[in-house]
Design a protein around this ligand. Structure first.
Ligand SMILES: Cc1cc2nc3c(=O)[nH]c(=O)nc-3n(C[C@H](O)[C@H](O)[C@H](O)COP(=O)(O)OP(=O)(O)OC[C@H]3O[C@@H](n4cnc5c(N)ncnc54)[C@H](O)[C@@H]3O)c2cc1C
Length: 380
């Protein structure tokens, strides 16, 4: 099917959408991205760990993965409240920043094919074509509709109305801070049933994530702004009430090693509620789900961007290998369900102690989080 100049309509212009467009272009497809956000996404994002599969997929698209992409951290070190080292394991990993990858991918898609400010509202299938509709009244037709529109996908409920993200019972507080004077390693703090981790990213900042058990009622409070309005399960960082950020910093001083508490105290913290999402099918007629629209694994496996890149590569590879689109989408569906399920189960097993509010063994945490990197069942 190479070179047949088929057209893909991709909903969502973040990592998944960009990887999908880039891999489909390489097999001769015309790929158009429709992203609801009107401004540049590169100004957002924080740190993330890379996996070999992600680096391999970037190289397959002609992107160099040299030392500019990330910071190599060698050791994982767990620090006790008094700053003493509780455990250490050598598990080298390149840590990068979301914007580094986004900025490397964005130029691969022709500006004329990236339609910002388009909020997808629905689709219909017409023969072998799919027609997508947008809030601004625009309609576009293509051979394939790709839902790369994230955890709160607008496409998915039209296909799988009963599939909902499941709240894991904890949130990840996050932030990035400059001017931290620590040897560049990957540090953990494990107060109670919580998990705090921090590592350097190539922007010169330190990125941290602090997972804290949070009931649904507490989450609703965290998502309530100073005027009393509750924003659901997520709130824009500037709307987080000052007393909530102040309490996090007090807790950091009380619960974490001084070097780790210092990072939290100097940050402008924001948070992300942690969800699991499993889709029973990811190909439906001429519509496919990918990235976070299809499966969301908790961040303990650090797989969000890697999984999106593998989904995209698998889609293009399946089309290349198959006699027709139906056969290609059936292959894609089988491989992605298997891989997405593995990611979700692996991440659940690491986060289970936080959800159940149990005390972890520090060595187990370092080894489990590190072992994910070696055990990924790559498939595309
Ligand atoms: C701005 C931003 C920053 C991020 N930063 C980090 C980070 O620092 N570390 C990390 O690990 N992960 C981060 N993520 C999440 C990470 O990108 C995903 O977990 C993973 O890469 C899968 O990507 P995705 O493209 O499937 O989903 P997402 O990255 O969630 O992207 C979904 C995209 O779809 C768009 N969209 C949603 N609904 C519609 C609609 N109706 N019409 C059109 N467009 C729609 C959204 O605006 C978004 O751009 C970030 C995501 C975003 C959007």
């Amino acid at each position: 099917m190479r070179g047949s100049r088929r057209r893909a309509i991709i909903i969502g212009g973040s990592m998944g959408g960009l990887f999908a467009a880039a891999f489909l272009q390489r097999i001769g497809w015309e790929a158009h991205i429709y992203e609801r956000t009107p401004d540049d996404l590169a100004t957002r994002g924080a740190g993330l760990g890379t996996h070999d599969a992600l680096l391999d997929n970037l190289r397959a698209l002609g992107i160099e993965t040299d030392e500019r992409l990330g910071v190599l951290v060698r050791d994982r070190i767990c620090l006790a409240r008094d700053g003493k080292e509780l455990a250490r394991r050598t598990l080298p990993q390149v840590m990068t920043h979301w914007a580094r990858i986004y900025e490397a991918l964005r130029p691969l898609v022709d500006a004329a094919h990236f339609h910002a400010g388009h909020n997808f509202s629905g689709f219909r299938e017409a023969g072998t074509e799919v027609v997508a509709r947008f809030d601004n009244g625009a309609e576009v037709a293509g051979d394939l509709l790709i839902a790369a529109d994230g955890l709160r996908s607008t496409v998915r409920p039209q296909l799988l109305p009963d599939v909902q993200p499941r709240y894991a019972g904890y949130v990840g507080w996050r932030g990035t801070v400059r001017g931290i004077d620590l040897p560049p390693e990957y540090y953990f703090g494990l107060p109670g049933s919580e998990m705090m981790l921090t590592y350097p990213v190539p922007t010169g900042e330190w990125n941290y994530v602090w997972y804290r058990p949070t009931t649904e009622r507490e989450l609703a409070d965290l998502c309530t702004d100073a005027s009393g309005q509750c924003h659901g399960t997520a709130i824009a960082p500037p709307l987080i009430r000052a007393e909530i950020a102040a309490k996090l910093k007090r807790d950091a001083r009380e619960l974490l090693a001084p070097a780790l508490a210092n990072i939290v105290e100097r940050s402008q913290p924001f948070f992300q509620a942690i969800f699991d999402l499993v889709s029973p099918r990811v190909a439906h007629g001429r519509v496919v789900l990918m990235g976070d629209a299809a499966f969301v694994a908790r961040p303990h496996v650090g797989m969000g961007v890697t999984k999106a890149s593998l989904d995209a590569r698998c889609l293009a590879h399946s089309i290349e290998l198959s006699k027709n689109l139906d056969e290609a989408l059936a292959r894609y569906d089988g491989l992605r369900r298997e891989f997405g399920t593995w990611c979700v189960e692996r991440s659940r097993s690491i986060g289970a102690y936080i959800e159940r509010r149990e005390l972890p063994d520090p060595v187990w945490v370092l080894e489990e989080v590190g072992a994910v990197r070696a055990g990924i069942p790559i498939s595309f």
